[in-house]
Design a protein around this ligand. Structure first.
Ligand code: FES
Length: 176
């Protein structure tokens, strides 16, 4: 006569160590894969925080740093920087102080292919060293290959300090 109780439920054999190691390895690889797949989702969730940084107003300094009637080079630190950016997180721009609280702040890059333009006080022109693009002091295009005027930053004066909307870099839609 058979022992029916044991025939229905045979004892589970112990898992051999090699199979157990393979199970752990498989679980680990799956976990790493899941973490990698989650990275874009995490980026999507954190994007609003980065966008907030883009909306930062950056202080370029006291208005008195930019005497009326002059155009001066200023620099600011990119609010959307990363630790490995090094010196590239320091961005130059041209500040034209017209009078009182009237300013224009230009991106330094030529609107042709992006070379840095230089200001010439004598001729009161911005000139591009790459292909001879020229701009008037109000940033509008004077001659050469640039298709439009210099890009302008939004700016405002707060407590006698000039601020620019720095995280939002000027685009083709915002030419002077
Ligand atoms: Fe300035 Fe070409 S990049 S004229």
């Amino acid at each position: 006569m058979c022992d029916c109780e044991h025939a229905d439920h045979p004892p589970t054999p112990p898992i051999p160590p090699r199979r157990r190691a393979l199970i752990w390895m498989g679980t680990g690889i799956t976990a790493v894969g899941a973490a990698l797949a989650a990275l874009p989702v995490l980026g999507f969730l954190l994007a609003p925080a980065r966008l907030r940084a883009r909306d930062e107003w950056v202080d370029l300094g006291p208005v008195s740093t930019f005497p009326a009637g002059t155009t001066r080079l200023a620099t600011y630190r990119n609010p959307v920087r990363r630790p490995w950016d090094g010196q590239t997180d320091t961005i130059p721009c041209w500040v034209r102080h017209i009078e009182g609280h009237r300013f224009q702040v230009f991106a330094i890059n030529c609107t042709h292919l992006g070379c840095p333009v230089r200001w010439f006080e004598g001729s009161r022109l911005f000139m591009c060293p790459c292909h001879g693009g020229v701009y008037y002091e109000d940033g509008s295009r004077a001659s050469g290959p640039p298709p439009r005027g210099l890009y302008e930053y939004e700016h405002r004066v707060v407590d006698d300090h000039l601020h620019i909307h720095a995280g939002r870099l000027p685009t083709l839609q915002e030419s002077a």
